[in-house]
Design a protein around this ligand. Structure first.
Ligand code: 5AD
Ligand code: SF4
Length: 341
């Protein structure tokens, strides 16, 4: 295993079999994470980029088997934030030094590019970078959003395993999702993708293939989070993902894609307190503090026990910044685009 880790550090390249070997051996987790931390330090450096996350709508037209926002969950109060509310939250975050706003929503067709454009325009005029996550849209809509000023787009592939994908995402297709990601790349967004780890029926081999797909498509950001079962979904009885595996996948993402941005995801922290800081020492270099105003915050329940949901956003942000500084890292001053090359 030591040799494999050395090879990954030196060449940023492993084949499927080698990735599976590293993923299946929990005992090499610490060495793998330390190696990824070293590569993170020498490529993207000590700075942690903060992204202010605004969950602006929890309305969704899909029925993903794992997600609490699924259309079939009638027990959830649905909300859409007004343009004024979104802009006010962004202003407060900008005053605290946040340089990127992430607008994240379910696949809510109310928010057309035309409705989003004035909001994006306002955020851009404040000097903020704008990231959007609104699911699968047409190429024309992506183009309109790019023209409206959106810098980055987040769309997790969730899994590249065709059988697992169609089982978990009824009415959706892996092909269409891959088409969206190709469009986003071609339209020159900074594109983020990612997966959940520990999904029922997901093999280590399929995770290895996910990582190789990410490397091949040269995405700019990769988010990895453990699956956490939600009681109002068909997967309510499934076991949660394992933090150790999620961290090994994060570390491998850094080793295979040395210069990209990798968030320490909220799901890591929700699964196990301290998980986010562990991700930051396993190759991650981005944190996305949730700054959603209280009218939406408790209702963006993709999984239960989401870290920070019941805290005051600004107090939470201050605690996070303190934790990052105490761990010997710095808060990045720039807007934190991926540096290619
Ligand atoms: N557990 C963990 N992550 C989840 N997501 C959706 N449902 C869950 C869950 N139950 C993730 C998906 C989605 C992202 C916004 O949240 O990967 O892309
Ligand atoms: Fe909707 Fe996304 Fe949840 Fe699927 S994962 S139900 S598309 S919010």
């Amino acid at each position: 295993m030591e040799d494999l880790i050395k090879k990954a550090v030196q060449t940023a390249s492993l084949d499927e079999r080698e990735i599976v070997a590293l993923l299946s051996d929990a005992s090499c987790g610490d060495a793998l994470r330390a190696a990824a931390d070293g590569v993170r330090a020498s490529t993207v450096g000590p700075g942690v980029h903060l992204r202010g996350l605004i969950e602006f709508t929890n309305v969704c037209r899909h029925n993903c088997a794992y997600c609490g926002l699924r259309l079939g969950n009638k027990d959830l109060k649905r909300y859409r934030l007004s343009a004024e509310t979104i802009i006010r939250a962004a202003e407060t975050a900008a005053e605290r030094g946040i340089k990127t706003i992430v607008l994240q929503g379910g696949e809510d067709m109310f928010f057309t590019p035309a409705r989003l454009a004035p909001i994006i325009d306002k955020l851009k005029s404040m000097g903020l970078a704008v990231t959007l996550g609104l699911g699968e849209l047409s190429r024309n809509d992506y183009r309109a959003l790019k023209e409206a000023g959106v810098d980055r787009y987040l769309l997790r592939i969730e899994t590249t395993d065709p059988a697992l994908y169609s089982q978990l995402n009824p009415g959706m297709s892996l092909e269409s999702r891959m088409r969206c990601l190709d469009d986003l790349n071609e339209l020159d967004f900074e594109t983020g993708s990612g997966i959940m780890t520990g999904l029922p029926g997901q093999s280590l081999r399929s995770i290895a293939r996910d990582l190789l797909y990410f490397k091949r498509l040269d995405f700019d950001m990769i988010g990895i989070g453990p699956f956490i079962p939600h009681p109002c979904t068909p997967l309510r009885g499934a076991a949660a993902g394992d933090l150790g595996l999620a961290l090994r996948v994060t570390a491998l993402a850094r080793l295979l894609m040395p210069g990209i941005n990798i968030p320490a995801t909220t799901a890591m922290e929700s699964l196990s307190p301290g998980g986010r800081m562990m991700a930051l020492s396993s190759g991650a270099n981005v944190v996305m503090p949730n700054i959603t105003p209280s009218e939406g915050r408790p209702f963006y329940e993709i999984y239960p026990g989401k870290a920070g949901s019941s805290d005051d956003p600004l107090e939470y942000l201050d605690t996070l910044i303190a934790d990052i500084r105490n761990s010997g890292r710095t808060i990045s001053e720039g807007i934190g685009s991926r540096r290619k090359g």
